[in-house]
Each structure stands twice: as C-alpha cells, then as structure tokens.
Design a protein around this ligand. Sequence first.
Ligand SMILES: *Cc1c(COP(=O)(O)O)cnc(C)c1O
Length: 356
Amino acid sequence: MKIHNFSAGPSILPASVFEEASRAVLNFTGNGLSILEISHRSKDFIKVMDEAEFLVRKLLHVPEEYAVLFLSGGASTQFFMAPMNLLPEGGKAAYADTGTWAAKAIKEAKIFGTVDVVASSKADNYTYIPKDNPVTSEHQYLHITSNNTIYGTQYHNFPEVAVPLVCDMSSDIFSRPFDISKFDMVYAGAQKNMGPAGTTLVIVKKSALGNTGRTLPAMVDFRNHIENGSMYNTPPVFAIYVSMLVLRWLDNLGGLVEIQKMNEHKAGLLYQEIERNSLFYCPVHVDDRSLMNVNFLLHDNTLEAAFLEHAKSVGCQGIAGHRSVGGFRASIYNAMPVEGVMALIGAMQSFEQQNG
Ligand SMILES: *Cc1c(COP(=O)(O)O)cnc(C)c1O
C-alpha cells in the first residue's frame, strides 16, 4: 500500500529526491566517495553550496544586498539570533503573537530588548491572523510567523507597516512567491518545506547588520557567517545537499508561481471536503486558513481514534493534530502530491458513510 505522509515536520520530500540522495550516500563524486564523507571544503561540496544559494536567489528573487546563509540550530536558534543581530541595545521590536512558535520567538527576543506584542490571537486559541499591527517608528522591526504550523493559519497578505519585517517562514517558505524587499530577515528550518532536518535557511539584508552595539560570539554573528560563506565551521553537509536537490526539483517544476497553483488546488480540495462532510469542521477563520497545514476536527470527538485508524488503513499517516489543539492536521507541503490529498478525502468520505 502506498503510504501518504502528512507529518508536520520532518515531513515528506519528493520521491525523486530520496532516490538521488540515496545514490549520493553510496557514490557522490563518481569515484566512490559518499556525500557523507567528503570535506565541506572540497570542490564537490562547494559546488553544492553554490548551487543551493543560486537556487534560493533564483526562486525567491533575492538581490545581492541580501545574504543567503545555511546555518544549523533550527529555526529555534533564529528566535534569538534575529534580535541579537538586528535589535540595538536598549531597542524595541514589535512582535505578532500568532501561535506557539511566535510565542517562543517573543520569549527569546525579550532577552535582548523591549518587545511590544502589537497583535495577538491568543485569546481566540490562535484561530485567526490579527490584521492590525500598530507599530511605530520606535520599533526596529515587526516579527511575524508567516504560517502557523500548529494552528493552521497563514498570512495571505503580509502586514503593510512602516518598519521592516522579520519573518519565521519555516513551514511555508518556497510555497508561493513573495516580495523580499519588505523584509530585513527571513528564516526557515529546512524540515518542513525545504529539506531534511539539520539546516536553517537565513536570508538577511546586509545593511541591517552591525548596528546593535553588541559584541557577539562568532557562531551567532551573521556577519561572520556571511564572510565565510556559511562555512565558518563545518556546515550540515547532507542537509544542505538534500535541500539543494529539493530546490532543483522545485525549479524544474516551474518555480514558485507553479507550486503556488498546485498548493492552492490541493488545499482547496481538502477544505471543500471538510466543509461538505457532515462529520468534520475546520476551526480556523476562512480568510486565514493555511495552504500548508490543514486543521480539522470531528463534531463528535469520541470518533477521533477510529478516524485515525481508518485513515491509516488507507495509507494516510501523520494526521493527528498537535497535542495543544487535538483533532487532525494534514500537512500538505510542496512535496505532497494531489493523489495523497485525494486519498485522505476518500478516507473522510468512507468514514462518513460508516458513521454519518
Ligand atoms: C517547526 C517550526 C519551528 C521550530 O523549528 P526547529 O527547526 O525545530 O527549531 C519554528 N517555527 C515554525 C513556524 C515551525 O513550524
């Protein structure tokens, strides 16, 4: 039986990438050396790093005034590296609280300056994206989380504010085009929509750096990583390689305009079924529903275990909702084919016939 992996992260990657990556584990260089054993300073790997950066710039239209870095430590490390590098001593930043990850970013930023939470949907269990972000010129930036992986909400329009945006795009980067010029920094852990766990993409405006008055250890100073082309220390070689393969796959598919259409189509089918099906409902406000993480609940939650079992019996795995939300979450990232979504819809329909 074909398994459809709906996990939120680490998550599905294109099947062709798994095949090519497995070949590279056995023989990457053509003379029998594995990608796992070659030096990060070898010309074979430097080619990988260069192509990864090239593809990020091509797909997202990133101009030269921004640096593209592949770091480690996950998006969670960027929760503190962002304020360390961007927020001046004694400065103020604005944050939008749209979920668990946003709240963690807020907590870390408070170590380095004053944080004003200018918008929050916490009182409503994070079921919508607050649209009003009252920032002032005192704020160095507005930090947002473009897609809230746990709650299934997504910004479909970024806030129009007079300060630069800083954005955690961990779970929807490369899912649609966006205008980088509004951002001082974008970051994303690879393991949702870009590659395997182990590397974090950071895109940062070079002119926004070096203005904090803070002395930083080398490993947490973006300027140091920029000077060293993401190779100040040993980079996560395999994670960067596999991410590069995913970006190549995306580029060959037609890039972000094309993948956005596919993502809209897949999510449209699934939300339509949730609306139609008498057993299920979606708790998220219609305008803010995520195209990446589709949350849904049963009206009769005593059937939860039975539906999980039923979905699994037709190959749909990883749909249990996050423990803080319950219900179900289908993560339908770029690499999820429409066939996977159809299989889940089929499971919802047969479950309705059995239990409706
Ligand atoms: C998963 C996730 C994180 C945490 O990522 P790590 O790489 O595990 O640190 C942060 N933000 C968002 C939006 C996420 O989905």
